[in-house]
Design a protein. Sequence first.
Length: 370
Amino acid sequence: MSNTQQPLLTSFQLGDLQLKNRVVMSSLTRARATNPELAPTSLMATYYAQRASAGLIISESTWISPKAIGFINIPGIYTQTQVAGWKLVTNAVHKNGGKIFLQLVHSGAASHPEHLDGEIPRGPSPINLQLQVYTEDGPQDAVTPLAFTKAEIRETIADFKTAAENAKSAGFDGIELHAQIFTLIPQFLSSAANQRTDEYGGSIENRARLLFEILDALKQVWKSERIGVKFTPAAFNPGILKPDEQTIATYQYIFNRLNDYHLAYVHLVGPAVDLYGTTIAALQENYFGQFRKIYKGTLLSNLGFSRETGNRIIADGTADLVSFGCPYIANPDLVYRFAHDFPLAEADTNTFYGGYERGYIDYPAIIPVQ
Ligand SMILES: Cc1cc2nc3c(=O)[nH]c(=O)nc-3n(C[C@H](O)[C@H](O)[C@H](O)COP(=O)(O)O)c2cc1C
């Protein structure tokens, strides 16, 4: 396929934003905010600027408040120092002609007292997620959380709103809500982790209430066409957060309701495993197509895509945009490599999370980026 005919390299109108191509850099935690303030650094600005030829960059997941923390050296967006650090990033990306959304996250019960000044993490219910949480002392077993009170739920929604305001001050082009894998929103969506008897638990509608209340709060700050949300209906996490008999109906409900939200996009992560024999076997055939039928807005597809499969899913109309995670670690010039069908470099997994320049800003572009 010639350069200009590639669907991935055609421009796309994302709400009021014109994207120069449909190659999206997926959110990648790299744990380089190695300072007590958890503020982005000039090293991070260099890293993102190197990748500005993507049609859109989605930042690494970023804590909305100190209570959201569940890992080490991940940046936040709740102090003015952090906002100043993010300005370095957004300025550098914009200077290189790129666009960047900030990904907002809360760990919920997937945290540890070491991250929370000794406080017990809050989750939907006092149920241990049975996974490990990475701390300064290495991986530790998750503790049994305390259930969020309603006042704490209100406070958390307000924290998301403040974080969204801070993202605006920091110069981002939009925000993406992290509603994937084992974090706060999937914990509420899960009938295993959420056994609340109030309006946040029980029925699908109740378990999805927090998601929509957070989106409603974000919409008070950003136009909906600048807000994306990322889901992993098929994520088999360690511990109790796994797809079950209600998963398909839960996401059908969510995708249907999101039609009224007119978001920038829904970012849908595909299955990493064969779904036959699982509770969501019905999603195995035409996974993205099934959600595409329900959701009428812009669909951003993710997981394991290559130049070839990315072009195909856009050409056949199943997705509008494709995001790339791992390929962006070692290929800052991924768009250029796709354009010329050059081979991709392999990333060193030892430097995925944490460290400094090595394995972060030293992957060469075929034609060096400024
Ligand atoms: C090192 C690493 C860090 C990641 N961090 C995040 C993150 O902070 N937020 C998120 O939504 N996904 C995160 N992901 C998932 C990626 O965004 C993406 O969904 C996943 O890697 C699948 O896409 P790929 O097959 O193109 O790599 C991470 C993945 C990797 C490998």
